[in-house]
Design a protein around this ligand. Structure first.
Ligand code: 13P
Ligand code: SF4
Length: 368
């Protein structure tokens, strides 16, 4: 591979052969390549992806559904994952060795997943097990690196997604006295609180200071929350809720549990991406909704439900920037590279990491 190709890969900059195409040409190219590759190609797409990409997805879902679908697909040779890096890693772990998983733009990461690395996690584990002994089970949101999933699997824990977090936290609390929940403090706090764990029984692990933050009796701690968050969902505030209540008293507020506790507590409903979609789908014509989740999805729901009034809970909200890295030009480029016999941006989780990560994923999939 030449220097220009390397730089292109690093920066996500595309060659002129792609950037010079019109939208119509790109769309026709995707259709044609899909037709030629048939079942050899599979394109899963997360609900937060742009419409220009989602229109070509063979399956659209939340992170749990896409993990399940990837695990079931045995016939695709190429899985071009329209989502973010941790989702593509999960797909690689769950698919067979002869199946190639491709992420159209390597810059499609997740700021939350970046808030916990394996070195911090191992350091935290040493300190926490020194203090609490063998009483902790680790759980990690799928929004985490394969290395963290592997660490969790090795230590008897499991992955969770927003749509099975209640089930998995309940399961984990039945296994050990306390949970270490990575990397999203908000999903961990909201889920544990719904299950009756009081805020005084939750502590926060600060990975930067490498210390546990807690006011009360440490022996009473049941849930240790990693101090990470989603930079998209943190943008919904109590003030946004007050404004909706004041200006649109009939509007129902529904938010994702990656939002802060105060926001979740003050809204009418909270739940995973799938739950939000189903709630809006099943709501009565004429109903009005303020939604606290990613903007590509909110815009899609607005378009799909012209008979309902739907707004973003935060009127200045933007889409998830990393999800947005996967656009039509990057999709076309990935597919062209497959057709040239030189697939790029292949996501490979090494065997050692995958071996334990699969335990964590399978413990979740068995209960999903
Ligand atoms: P879901 O588990 O709801 O698909 O969420 C994934 C995600 O990245 C939310 O920010
Ligand atoms: Fe990550 Fe948040 Fe984007 Fe989801 S919305 S991919 S958690 S940054």
């Amino acid at each position: 591979m030449g220097l220009l190709d390397e730089l292109t890969k690093e920066t996500g900059v595309l060659p002129e052969s792609i950037t010079s195409l019109t939208t119509e040409e790109m769309e026709n190219r995707v259709r044609e390549i899909k037709r030629q590759l048939g079942k050899k190609l599979f394109i899963p797409g997360h609900h937060y992806q742009k419409d220009e990409v989602i229109q070509f997805a063979d399956a659209v879902g939340d992170s749990l559904q896409l993990a399940q679908i990837s695990a079931q697909n045995k016939e695709a040779e190429f899985i071009v994952f329209c989502g973010v890096h941790f989702m593509a890693e999960t797909a690689d772990i769950l698919t067979d060795e002869n199946q190639v998983v491709i992420l159209p733009d390597m810059r499609a990461g997740c700021s939350m997943a970046d808030m916990a690395d394996i070195y911090q996690t191992e350091k935290a584990w040493v300190k926490l097990t020194e203090r609490f002994g063998d009483t902790i089970i680790p759980l990690t949101y799928v929004n985490s690196t394969a290395a963290i999933k592997s660490f969790v699997g090795k230590n008897g824990g499991a992955t969770v997604t927003s749509s099975n977090a209640h089930k998995m936290v309940e399961w984990a609390l039945g296994q050990k006295e306390r949970i270490l929940f990575l990397p999203d403090q908000h999903l961990g706090r909201n889920t544990a609180a719904d299950l009756g764990v009081s805020l005084s029984e939750m502590a926060v692990w600060d990975p930067i200071r490498n210390e546990l933050i807690h006011d009360g009796d440490l022996d009473g701690v049941k849930v240790i929350l990693w101090k990470g968050h989603c930079s998209v969902h943190e943008n919904f505030t109590e003030k946004n809720i007050e404004e909706i209540r004041k200006n649109h008293p009939d509007m129902k507020i529904i938010v994702h549990p990656e939002c802060r506790r105060e926001v979740v507590e003050k809204s009418d409903f909270n739940g995973s991406t799938k739950y939000i979609i189903e709630t809006i789908d099943q709501s009565a014509p004429g109903s009005s909704w303020a939604i606290g989740t990613e903007m590509n999805l909110v815009k899609r729901l607005i378009n799909q439900h012209p008979d309902k009034t739907i707004v973003s809970l935060n009127p200045y909200m933007c889409p998830c920037l990393t999800m947005n890295r996967i656009d039509l030009p990057h999709l076309v480029w990935s597919l062209e590279k497959i057709m040239e016999g030189e697939p790029e941006n292949i996501i490979t989780v090494d065997e050692d990491t995958a071996r334990n990560a699969i335990f964590a994923l399978e413990r979740m999939l068995a209960r999903a």
